[in-house]
Design a protein around this ligand. Sequence first.
Ligand code: UTP
Length: 286
Amino acid sequence: MMHKVRKAVFPVAGLGTRLLPATKAIPKELLTVVDRPLIQYAVDEAREAGIEQMIFVTGRGKSALVDYFDVAFELETTIREKGKSLEPLDSSRAGFGELVSVRQQQPLGLGHAVWCAREIVGDEPFAVLLPDDLMAGRPGALRQMVDAWESVGGNMLCTEEVPHEKTASYGVITPGRQEGDLTEVLGLVEKPAPEVAPSNLGVIGRYILQPEVMRVLDAGETGAGGEIQLTDAMARLIGTQPFHALKVDAVRHDCGDKAGYVIANLALALERDDVGPRIREYLSRS
Ligand code: UTP
């Protein structure tokens, strides 16, 4: 079994209906938190975790996400001619071969989006990052997962304790043996009602998966909400491969939700030396 995670899939073909009307014209993942689009946070997190190839699964109206990582020749020339710094653009340029994109022709679900990347992923373990889950942590959430994964291998989910009444918004695990922040996964169910949820450990948007999950997804079976669910496919691998959940030391901001998105802006801005003091002062006055 290969012991390095080199590739990461970014499913970014969703419609982002919870953030309408903004997402009518702007892909959700290009919405900014302070001064960087959500996708930039996720790509930086992946780079820090040692990912060499980013695979964007895009859909209609989402090409701007790939364009964002191009070298903006005219912009850079103009900035240089004015003697200004190019530093703000540094991490927004993809290296040669670092970024690949595939299309999901119809938003049939997260599992289907991941499956669309199967040819590029090939026969090796890979990460999945959902950029609308902005993970604020040092080291980054995926780095923490890769570090833990290097000793246990197999599949790894990222989980956090979710309020009991909210289980129907998450994939939820049946926990097994626990060792520190690492929990063995014995079962997995998508969006269970609180009365049948096997725990309050909800799956959040970071995964390390074995390529066999693609073979399960080949069947194209639909689950909750009529969508092809990644959770269902992963559940089929439990018992055949090591399967763990890690509780990472990071704060998750659900930026797919209006309140979560505004909170992320506030939380990250308050931590910054450049804009934090002014915002803190404004909040203390209001
Ligand atoms: P969400 O459940 O947040 O769906 O998808 P969504 O369409 O983006 O947003 P809402 O619920 O309509 O507001 C979780 C992740 O899976 C991707 C999304 O882009 C997001 O990163 N996704 C989902 C796809 O790429 N394709 C799909 O068919 C569904």
